[in-house]
Design a protein around this ligand. Structure first.
Ligand SMILES: [Mg+2]
Length: 259
């Protein structure tokens, strides 16, 4: 980018940390340095518990001043958290209504059963109410990566289920999530939605933001941010992100030191 960003936003899984894993100490240190010079947002399809485990529990000795510059957007920005007076506070959450949840849960279970995709042997519950999102995970939330990869290697089951559920829920949006998961949300909820919310909340225009993600390819869950026109940096894992930050942070620090 020609000018330096006023805010840097990151995807979480495979961008800041390995999938469902805590931040590496090297990355934790880089995040703290970055927060010393610029506002930072982390946006993910996951819920706040995942942000705690992967990100913020690993920043627990960091000053209030630093943490106040961190913006957390779980479930693609349908929830927003800031740090104030020693704790993380939910600023807002846009939940599905009880009727929408009931319809979504019923539709996805009925479709999975009739397609023969409702497994009896799973790692945890198949259905999860994330407040603003209902998630179907064919083998349960805690299924090992290898089992998930073997369940639907071509993605055909997931796509068939997605289409069947979408027909039953015309008012909602049904999307492919992770390797065995299908997510149901209000229409138009993706990371672009979250970034637009972020611009409105912070007053930082999209043009002054930079986004870093591992799935900026056209089928990836970070692609909507690129399509929105935000300046993006594509990475393949957190080590890439760390290397990028090691060049970005000194530039930001120099710029901040200039009168
Ligand atoms: Mg990712």
């Amino acid at each position: 980018m020609t000018t330096l960003p006023r805010l840097v936003a990151f995807d979480l899984d495979d961008t800041l940390a390995a999938s469902k894993s805590p931040l590496d100490p090297r990355m934790a240190e880089l995040m703290v340095s970055l927060l010393g010079v610029v506002d930072v947002c982390v946006i993910s399809g996951g819920q706040i518990s995942q942000f705690h485990m992967q990100l913020i529990d690993n920043l627990d000795t960091v000053s209030e001043d630093i943490l106040s510059r961190l913006h957390l957007m779980p479930t693609c920005g349908t929830q927003y958290y800031r740090h104030a007076e020693g704790s993380w506070t939910q600023i807002y959450a846009e939940y599905l209504t009880d009727d929408e949840k009931t319809d979504a849960l019923a539709a996805v279970e009925a479709s999975a059963r009739s397609l023969g995709y409702w497994e009896s042997d799973t790692w945890g519950p198949i259905l999860e109410d994330r407040g603003s999102q209902i998630t179907f995970s064919a083998l349960g939330q805690a299924a090992p990566v290898a089992a998930k990869a073997a369940w639907d290697p071509t993605g055909e089951k997931k796509n068939t289920l997605r289409e069947a559920v979408q027909v039953l829920l015309p008012e909602l949006e049904v999307r492919s999530g992770g390797s065995t998961s299908v997510d149901i949300t209000r229409r138009g909820i993706d990371k672009a939605y979250g970034m637009l919310k972020l611009a409105a909340l912070t007053g930082v225009p999209l043009d002054d933001m930079l986004f870093v993600g591992d799935r900026l390819d056209e089928n990836g869950n970070d692609y909507p941010v690129k399509a929105l026109g935000v300046e993006c940096v594509a990475v393949e894992g957190w080590e890439d992100t760390a290397a990028f930050l090691e060049t970005l942070i000194p530039q930001l620090t120099d710029a901040a030191a200039r009168p």
